[in-house]
Ligand binder design. Structure first.
Ligand code: ADP
Ligand code: MG
Length: 339
């Protein structure tokens, strides 16, 4: 499902599109989703080299961030029974970011939800609603304070904690792509629901990149666009990974306070930020917080976010107008732009 949806991701080149002979696109599958990196350079070879280098960098991150691959640092850490482990630079940097954003969001984003994601089995054939006693037991191991970052790439997990970096992995990969760029190419990286748009878009006079925000009811369609430059645009939604039981939908964004899928009245949250890891953590956290708390958090912290509610209202934080051009297109689809 996720793969299909990722393939349908909307990247809109609205006006003035001309053929781009000096572009090269690398399409690949990583982190359980379809990805593509398009580079635009002075010549085809430069574009190809850049796109392929980006693809290699993302692929190399898989063993650093995955928790299911048995050769990954996170797998080793999760199965170390609380012993101190040495991890790679990338893994350590991702854990540092995860802990930082967990504290920043008051634990709404929490990278220690692995026991819960396992229990619910989202995206596996064993997806089901667990017994409350099982959820309560799993929650006793959850809490980002259980991650001890000891310096020199040494990490220790306390209290039976297990790491799941699914909430920031693609954001971290997008930032890794951005860090490779030296200005010789413009790059549009679509890593699942994480988009990074860097440099000037040669297809538009404005040089900006127009990115669609999906309609949660039909994510082959979109209900708004944002035009950005040198920014990442990240969306988390309840329509991305879920299962249904007894007519109710259970999705993959969990409220760490309850151990249940966040029931916050939101369908999706999009964050526009220069740092994709931060945007990725924030989409998850704001989804958990819900509209009122989420908008207040954005106002306080200067975060650009677009919220889509279950009752078809679209809200934007004040910062949105400062970092991008937002265009609402959802009226015909029954959405109202509330703010
Ligand atoms: P995706 O882009 O893969 O849909 P998201 O950025 O929306 O991912 O994050 C959801 C993933 O993050 C889940 O699949 C799970 O692995 C993990 N996760 C779920 N809830 C939380 C949370 N509250 N904090 C941190 N990670 C979470
Ligand atoms: Mg996220």
């Amino acid at each position: 499902m996720k793969r299909f949806l990722a393939a349908m991701l909307l990247l809109l080149c609205v006006t003035g599109c001309t053929a781009q002979p000096k572009s090269y696109t690398a399409d690949f599958f990583a982190m359980d989703t379809f990805m593509s990196v398009t580079a635009y350079g002075v010549d085809e070879q430069t574009a190809q080299d850049t796109a392929v280098t980006c693809e290699r960098r993302v692929n190399a991150l898989e063993p650093a961030l995955s928790r299911t691959r048995e050769d990954s640092d996170i797998y080793r850490l999760n199965h170390a029974d609380g012993a101190v482990c040495e991890v790679s630079d990338d893994t350590y940097a991702a854990l540092q970011a995860a802990v930082e954003y967990a504290a920043y969001t008051g634990g709404a984003f929490d990278p220690t939800l692995a026991p819960l994601t396992d229990l619910w089995g989202i995206n596996t054939e064993n997806a089901h609603v667990p017994a409350q006693a099982e959820i309560d037991e799993a929650l006793t191991h959850v809490g980002y304070q259980n991650i001890e970052l000891l310096g020199d790439n040494q990490v220790q997990l306390k209290n039976g904690a297990q790491i799941d970096l699914g909430g920031i992995g693609k954001g971290f990969a997008t930032d890794a792509v951005a860090a490779l760029l030296d200005g010789s190419c413009s790059v549009l990286a679509t890593l699942g629901g994480n988009i990074g748009a860097y440099g000037e878009n040669p297809s538009r006079d404005s040089g900006g990149w127009v990115i669609g925000i999906a309609d949660p009811d039909n994510n082959a369609d979109y209900l708004a666009t944002v035009e950005v430059r040198d920014r990442s645009v990240v969306t988390s939604g309840d329509y991305e990974r879920y299962f249904e039981q007894d007519g109710k939908r259970y999705h993959h964004i969990f409220d760490p306070a309850t151990g249940w899928p966040a029931d916050s009245g939101l369908r999706s949250v999009t964050v526009i930020d220069a740092v994709s890891t931060r945007a990725d953590a924030l989409t998850t956290a704001l989804f958990v917080m819900g509209l009122d708390k989420g908008l207040a958090f954005c106002a306080e912290q200067g975060i650009a976010a677009v919220f889509v509610t279950a009752d078809k209202q679209v809200y934007t934080s004040a910062q949105v107008g400062e970092v991008c051009t937002f265009t609402f297109l959802g009226e015909e689809k029954g959405y109202t732009y509330a703010q």
